[in-house]
Design a protein around this ligand. Structure first.
Ligand SMILES: *Cc1c(COP(=O)(O)O)cnc(C)c1O
Length: 370
């Protein structure tokens, strides 16, 4: 065992005393805590991945396509088909998860002496990646109902003049979507304060009742839409995220990306998955129905629920959310305590998993009422 700890090392000041990101990965029967898709990839897709990876393996002596042109072309096709907004490969960039996309954006447009703002509670990785890239972080406000209060948000932007603005819609961990008019108003406010980049994180948009904001890209060169294959595509283990933006933004992030960052195996696997979008989006429809069922049943049991456009539901309220989390875990169901006081988050799983969750919270409610 070593007696040297992190803080004994000459680490950067902003990393001292910090803990790494991590949802508990506990071995319990029902795990509904990380917004993964509960359905394994369909067998025909698994076969297709094996085929494409086998072909890629024949060329692993060479570096992969540095610009991932075929993959970006297919991603552009997927975005075009699902949004009706024409997107070309020059407007798409891909990396190892949307977390890497966000890291590249902050390396390009943030960094020392610059700041980024997000409206919290929201995706905690935005703040953590800001810290990792030396970008100052500003915690912008949300209202009591977790919507973005436009006036307060505009004021925060005008006062802080951030270089990067994050808008997560549908938002994680609260689940609610941000109305397109609000996104537009925040884009305008950000541009009025200083020429800044506005990143719309659409990790969950396939689960939304509404549409993607991709059409807003037209005429807005400082707008970036970030997406991922981790949620709707059921491929969290693949690590593939991507963005759509003006081609100049795509050119700019290439200034910071590591050469050959996207392995040939990753590119081959993602290409196989993109051949099966119909099947994968079929699962999304099932999960949306289960999400809506969770919302209805939780309300019927007597919980408060934040309206959800994602594959998870935020429910409460609890006097002590962490204690409630533990009691649900004692019944074999792992949900997420994101640290939002009074609230917990549950991912929509298979119907059986959701039934197990609903049984657990029904019992919890009875105990609380007793
Ligand atoms: C899960 C999630 C992501 C996905 O990150 P990947 O690196 O693509 O797995 C991005 N943004 C938000 C808001 C998320 O919840």
């Amino acid at each position: 065992m070593s007696d040297v700890r992190i803080d004994d090392l000459p680490v950067r000041d902003e990393l001292r005393g910090k803990t790494p990101y991590g949802a508990p990965q506990l071995d319990v029967p029902v795990r509904l805590n990380t917004n993964e898709n509960p359905y394994p990839l369909p067998e025909p897709l698994v076969d297709r991945i094996a085929e494409r990876v086998r072909e890629a393996a024949r060329h692993l002596n060479r570096y992969p396509d540095r610009d991932a042109v075929e993959l970006r072309t297919r991603l552009a096709g997927y975005l075009t088909d699902t949004s009706g907004h024409p997107v070309g490969p020059a407007e798409v960039w891909a990396a190892n998860g949307s977390n890497e996309v966000i890291q590249q954006l902050l390396q390009t447009f943030g960094g020392p002496g610059r700041t980024a703002i997000g409206f919290e509670p929201s995706y905690s990785m935005h703040a953590l990646i800001a810290r990792g890239t030396g970008t100052g972080w500003i915690s912008g406000p949300r209202g009591e109902d977790f919507s973005i209060d436009l006036e307060a948000a505009e004021k925060a932007i005008a006062e802080n003049r951030p270089d990067v603005v994050f808008i997560t819609t549908p938002n994680n961990p609260t689940g609610n979507a941000v109305p397109p008019q609000t996104v537009l108003a925040l884009y305008e406010a950000a541009q009025a304060a200083k020429p800044s980049i506005v990143v719309v994180d659409e990790a969950y948009v396939e689960f939304s009742h509404g549409d993607s904001l991709l059409p807003l890209l037209r005429g807005r060169p400082h707008l970036v839409i970030s997406r991922t294959m981790s949620k709707a595509f059921g491929a969290a283990g693949l690590r593939l995220g991507y963005l759509a933006a003006h081609p100049a933004v795509v050119d700019a992030v290439q200034l910071v990306r590591l050469p050959y960052h996207l392995s040939a195996v990753t590119q081959a696997t993602a290409l196989a998955a993109l051949e099966h979008t119909d099947t994968l989006l079929g699962y999304v429809e099932q999960l949306k129905a289960e999400r809506d069922r969770l919302v209805g049943e939780l309300r019927a049991i007597g919980y408060e629920v934040t309206p959800s456009d994602a594959n998870f539901v935020q429910f409460g309220r609890f006097g002590d959310a962490h204690e409630a989390w533990q009691r649900i875990l004692d019944r074999g169901v792992l949900v997420r305590d994101n640290g939002v006081p009074g609230w917990l988050r549950v991912t929509a799983g298979t119907p059986e998993e959701n039934d197990a969750f609903l049984d657990a919270v029904r019992e919890l409610k009875k105990e609380q009422n007793a």
